[in-house]
Design a protein around this ligand. Structure first.
Ligand SMILES: Nc1ncnc2c1ncn2[C@@H]1O[C@H](COP(=O)(O)OP(=O)(O)OP(=O)(O)O)[C@@H](O)[C@H]1O
Length: 422
């Protein structure tokens, strides 16, 4: 591996000219760079490979394998991948902005045709993934990148995973909470493409409202917000619900009319939205069915991507992003679960801060947020992973030893790290 690393570091220096840092996500820093071979501007995601240089981050391997196989106008293209100085570098096409910047930009007016266009591109990207038996699993507006030509592309498959294999159990605490489907919040171990449909519905609602619809401050609160918005599901609506591992009974509340939440939406938009927000994942509309819904064929036609309103370019929009964002807007929390709650005090190992963790049966929830702390997206700890069970520090990333790695290399067909390909 060392000779190979050396070979590749030369290539990095030779091929990619690093520019500014674009930001940092769950897995590491993202740089802007110029590909001197093609002259193209690219984004390089540097993924930490764990403590030992021969340790390969399993999540990274998974991301690469999946990305390599996905090629579609609404999916971000992985141009290159290589290890360098103990990190894995993923080279993506550079994208000017993301859907979160569009939604938050108060200078942008989104017409019904614009909303339709963004939703259609999102669903087309998802339909492609689902056809390939891949779930995205981390759908949220800042993972929907927008190119200079206005095309929206799904990015950040770091948490995605092939879901075709039988008996595969998934960890469920991986979805950004506000976009998380109720079956995930109830701890289902085997879930399907419906989780992406629910998340897409949350994004659709957010495009209509220009703020997130369901802003839960903990998993319990998230379910409370969902039930307050759509009514507590009756067993007849979702027969399997009571068998889910983390099921707790919520006080029954009826749903307000959906129209009252979206006064400006068309009837077709509301019909599609309600089908995407169906509780029972077995009855929830599929992405393909959603694309065939009359919402997309009725007027107005979706705006052409090149005519969509443009948000401020990356960097310019950063300062204004969180300012008009009020996490306390939205439906009121209604019903705490009936099972017993315990609140324990934990001390933060690094800064000595005290915070509280609420224990409900075997599941912990971050009570810093329950106590009303800012839940805005600018937090360092991503909401997609509930780190509260580890104190305030993220869990160590799983790494593989070299025997595992060569096995995985074969299994995942990672020919991109074979020198001969270069
Ligand atoms: N292809 C790209 N082109 C331009 N900017 C990008 C690209 N990919 C990521 N970025 C930017 O880099 C930053 C970090 O992105 P990354 O995907 O690692 O994390 P994130 O989406 O911000 O958070 P999370 O890891 O929780 O999903 C973000 O500001 C993102 O918009």
């Amino acid at each position: 591996m060392p000779e190979f690393d050396q070979f590749l570091s030369k290539k990095v220096a030779d091929r990619y000219l690093k520019r500014e840092v674009l930001g940092e996500g769950t897995y590491g820093v993202v740089y802007k760079a110029i590909d001197t071979k093609s002259g193209q501007t690219v984004a390089i995601k540097k993924i930490r490979l764990g403590k030992h240089s021969d340790g390969v981050n399993f999540t990274a391997l998974r991301e690469i394998k999946i990305l390599k196989e996905l090629k579609d106008p609404n999916i971000i293209e992985l141009i290159d991948a290589f290890p360098h100085k103990g990190n894995l570098h993923l080279v993506f096409e550079f994208m000017e902005s993301d859907l979160e910047a569009v939604i938050r930009d108060r200078n942008i007016v989104l017409s019904p045709a614009d909303v339709k266009s963004y939703l259609q591109m999102t669903l087309k990207g998802l339909a492609y993934c689902h056809k390939k038996w891949v779930l995205h699993r981390d759908m949220k507006p800042n993972n929907l990148l927008i190119g200079a030509d206005g095309q929206l592309k799904l990015a950040d498959f770091g948490l995605a995973r092939l879901f075709g294999s039988p008996d595969r159990k998934f960890t469920h605490q991986v979805f950004a909470r506000w976009y998380r489907a109720p079956e995930l919040l109830f701890g289902t171990k085997q879930y399907g493409a419906g989780v992406d449909v629910w998340a897409a519905a949350c994004i659709f609602a957010e495009l209509l409202l220009r703020r997130p619809l369901l802003q839960g401050s903990s998993d319990i609160d998230q379910l409370g917000k969902i039930f307050a918005t759509f009514g507590t599901p009756k067993p007849s609506q979702w027969p399997d619900m009571i068998y889910l591992p983390d099921y707790v009974e919520y006080q029954y509340v009826s749903a307000p009319p959906l129209r009252s939440l979206f006064p400006m939406a068309s009837d077709d938009a509301l019909d599609l939205l309600s089908k995407m927000f169906t509780y029972d994942p077995k009855s929830r509309i599929t992405v393909q069915q959603a694309l065939e819904h009359r919402y997309f064929s009725s007027i107005p036609a979706p705006t052409k991507p090149s005519s969509l309103p443009r948000p401020a370019r990356k960097g310019e929009s950063l300062n204004s992003k969180p300012s008009d964002f009020n996490p306390h807007e939205g439906p009121v929390v209604l019903s705490p679960p009936r099972k017993s709650r315990r609140v324990t005090v934990q001390r933060d190992g690094l800064e000595g801060n005290v915070h509280y963790t609420e224990k409900v049966d075997d599941h912990f929830y971050d009570a810093r947020q329950v106590a009303g702390e800012n839940t805005g997206r600018s937090e360092n700890v991503p909401m997609s992973v509930d780190f509260s069970i580890f104190g305030s520090k993220p869990p160590p990333r799983p790494t593989l030893n070299s025997a595992d790695r060569s096995h995985l290399k074969r299994k995942l067909d990672l020919e991109f790290i074979q020198p001969e390909r270069e």
